[in-house]
Design a protein around this ligand. Structure first.
Ligand code: HEM
Length: 399
């Protein structure tokens, strides 16, 4: 949309609100203006074969929310997803959830903190957990892959970061835009849902560089691309989830103080990559190929067998990692940073994640520096194809 289009649209609105408000006491003086979209290019299309926020490039900020259902009325949940669809279509265009009215005696329809902000590539991704099906009495529609994740070695999951029925992943290149989206979706769903846990996160990078995690290492290098990505993430079976994906979320606390006392060689052996370049140990460049069987002159594997890279790679499996760092103040028990990684991965079958996590298990050298404290598994619907479609339609139609 050109600047002039935008300006005339805004003038039209003001004219319209003046007409509408002509007979109403003082209301036009206070009427809120609609949210504007000055940089229309910062948009990922909402209507698509696949949900956004999976294969779309990772943005700089996330606000991840998990909610519980407090109704068993399927019709109400369906209506909520229909409203969320309409709201999401607007939000991802950089609009308010709905156009403001001019009645100053009711709360504004949109909470307003993103007014005048552009869309910042906002994506909204929705998924449902195994308990969603149990609570609504539709367990027969639960895909066989959608089971609670098993207990992994060294897990120390906390109730406050685990469980929940629906997840909303909001990602954007601005933290306020991401938060605003989730806040407004939760606000309209309040009659049916209660917030359970959430986590904000960030990724910083210049241009197309791979972001570094809080251990200072490039994170995301080995992610699948193109055809391989498609084969890794999209659920293919012929049921309501076709074209969707499974989202695994893990809140992983990273013990920064311990890490910061580890020498560089130890840090690099932990990941199996060089810190500066991101190259596999023994190689020069970040995207140089990884050969976990390569031996040095003494017969030792060049990429240590207990390194994160070696153990992940040896499974031969692939997942799409779309993680974000977090820093949530101080852990009052230890006086250390409450910081880490909101690990998020997408895969067509949770077993891909389970096998890799079991391979990392007790052996991964990185275990000395991390603790998994939160967890969730969600089946993310296929995309909303057009305005006649809505989030989860294939599931609700199957009931
Ligand atoms: C705090 C937790 C974690 C940190 C800091 C971390 C960090 C890293 C880093 C720095 C790399 C190398 C660069 C790259 O390819 O991205 C990597 C690779 C990888 N990580 Fe993690 N990771 C964490 C947890 C996990 C978990 C929980 C899983 C899955 C169960 C996982 C699976 C992988 C995979 C599959 C690779 C790519 C290996 C390949 O090149 O094929 N990571 N991770």
């Amino acid at each position: 949309m050109s600047e002039s289009h935008f300006q005339s649209g805004r003038r039209d609105f003001l004219k319209q609100s003046a007409i509408l408000g002509a007979g109403i006491f003082a209301s036009t003086a206070y009427a809120l203006e609609p949210r504007i979209t000055p940089q229309i290019k910062n948009i990922y299309p909402f209507y698509h074969q696949y949900q956004q926020g999976i294969a779309t490039p990772a943005q700089k900020n996330i606000y991840f929310m998990v909610v519980d259902l407090h109704t068993t009325d399927i019709e109400k949940i369906k209506e909520m997803f229909q409203t969320w669809t309409a709201y999401s279509a607007n939000l991802t265009l950089g609009k308010n959830v709905k156009q403001y009215g001019d009645n100053i005696y009711v709360p504004p329809v949109d909470t307003g903190e993103a007014d005048s902000l552009n869309p910042y590539h906002l994506t909204l991704t929705f998924g449902v957990s195994p308990t969603f099906f149990d609570k609504l009495g539709i367990s027969k529609l639960k895909p066989e892959e959608l089971k609670e994740l098993p207990h992994f070695p060294r897990d120390q999951l906390k109730a406050e970061y685990t469980g929940g029925d629906i997840c909303i992943q909001a990602c954007a290149n601005d933290p306020q835009v991401a938060f605003h989206a989730v806040r407004n979706l939760v606000r309209i769903g309040r009659a049916n849902i209660t917030m359970r846990w959430s986590q904000a996160g960030f990724n910083s990078y210049e241009g197309s560089d791979t972001p570094r995690n809080l251990f200072g290492f490039k994170d995301g290098t080995g992610n699948p691309q193109g055809e391989e990505l498609a084969k890794t993430v999209w659920y293919q079976k012929d049921n309501w989830l076709k074209g969707g994906s499974f989202l695994v979320a893990r809140r992983v606390q990273m013990h920064l103080e311990t890490w910061d006392r580890t020498n560089l060689m130890g840090q690099e052996e932990t990941f199996g990559r060089h810190r500066d370049s991101g190259a596999p140990i023994g190689m020069k460049n970040e995207f140089d190929s990884v050969d976990i069987h390569q031996k040095d002159a003494k017969g030792n594997t060049v990429i240590p067998e207990i390194s994160h890279l070696h153990l992940a790679k040896k499974t031969g499996l692939s997942i799409l990692r779309r993680s974000f760092s977090y820093s949530s103040g101080v852990d009052t028990r230890t006086g250390q940073f409450d910081a880490g990684l909101l690990f998020i991965s997408f895969q067509k079958d949770p077993q891909q994640f389970i096998t890799i996590q079991n391979s990392l298990g007790n052996i991964d050298k990185m275990n000395e520096y991390i603790t998994h404290i939160g967890s969730g598994l969600f089946a993310c619907f296929a995309g909303v194809k057009d305005e006649n479609d809505y989030l989860g339609k294939a599931l609700f139609d199957a009931i």
